[in-house]
Design a protein around this ligand. Sequence first.
Ligand code: NAD
Length: 443
Amino acid sequence: MVKICCIGAGYVGGPTMAVIALKCPKIEVVVVDIFEPRIIAWNSDQLPIYEPGLDDVVKQCRGKNLFFSKDVEKHVAEADIVFVSVNTPTKTQGLGAGKAADLTYWESAARMIADVSKSDKIVVEKSTVPVKTAEAIEKILTHNSKGINFQILSNPEFLAEGTAIQDLFNPDRVLIGGRETPEGQKAIQALKDVYAHWVPAERIICTNLWSAELSKLAANAFLAQRISSVNAMSALCEATGADVSEVSHAIGKDTRIGPKVLECKCGFWWIVFPEGYLELGLYLRVQWPQRGCKLLETGRAGDTRETPAIGVCQGLLGDKAILSIYDPQVPQELIQRDLSMHKSELDKPPHLRPVNSVAIEQVTCVGDAYEAAKGAHGICILTEWDEFKTLDYKKIYNNMNKPAFVFDGRNVVDIEKLRQIGFIVYSIGKPLDAWLKDMPAVA
Ligand code: NAD
């Protein structure tokens, strides 16, 4: 029986390994992590991350051929294939601060693999890393190898949070890069055999190591350019009365352009323009400095670190707004904790984030959307949970301060219906409400 061990039980390691275990019942998969609470959560009914379909997958194979353990060294030593899916945050200090990836976690994982291994292994780069990281890792492994043969493969992950299970079940492609030696090709074939359990052969692309590493970075860069273009287009839509959904549909029909990643949502804005934390937030800041503002929803998939919501909330808090926050999936303690942190601390793995027990006085977390909106001047919708589409907005309106605003950062509400109720509605990339057109310009 092939044994796989994955170092890092995060957003990539957990779902990816769960799907491998489900699709390959004859392979034993152990996901290990140094952060014990995460392992405890993976072994419980309350998984540490929310992804549609993930619960089902884990339930089907946990305890059979899928295991989660904090015993990192033991399982690495026993494995034939070791995936490394640790976090690679942006460096916050030293050379390359703010730009380069921090490979500390990767390097310590590689040193540990070299220390504990007693048999040949394939080591798979799953994390997103700079090109040539595999070479550095190879050096660490071979200089400490005691005669053990390590083959390094690059197998970058392309899943998106929120659709992880769907992406893993039906990937556009699986990319595997390895050395062009006979041993390297054998290692590529071994990993190809794993994916071949459910991914059609023509979707498994095999390349040299550097092409695989670079392809992940290149794909991210191309996506960022596209998002950036959609953002610019949505600003034009708001200024001209055009509708971003109609424009996206029209240009997406061009086969050279295609329809994907043409939606305009505030999450995308945050990724590309984190410093200008949304027009959405700016409107609110202009309208309600020192006054009340309430938010529906903070994050997506339980991963609040890179969500626009944290940036919007922090900006509003800076302007002394009072926030009432509801999220159907993110625990209230996590919302409070993340809001109290600086962005650089949020990038760290959970066990290295400072424990912050000081609740922010301006923030209340509540258990339902109606409660969140009670007495508010405005509502921000920052992710597209289905329940936000079907809320009784009339009831919400009746319980709000007037004029009542809706800032829809994900284009989920029926704008006309809400305007008929009496709301002033701002929806990203849509023609502006007459009232908002008269807003003072914000730099
Ligand atoms: P994450 O922070 O959710 O999880 C990483 C885990 O690794 C943490 O639980 C941490 O405790 C653990 N870890 C760190 N060092 C360790 C060590 N030495 N031994 C054992 N465990 C250790 O990160 P993630 O979101 O899963 O991302 C992992 C990698 O995949 C990153 O390089 C990321 O850029 C890349 N990636 C992420 C996504 C995504 O959507 N999250 C998509 C594609 C690629």
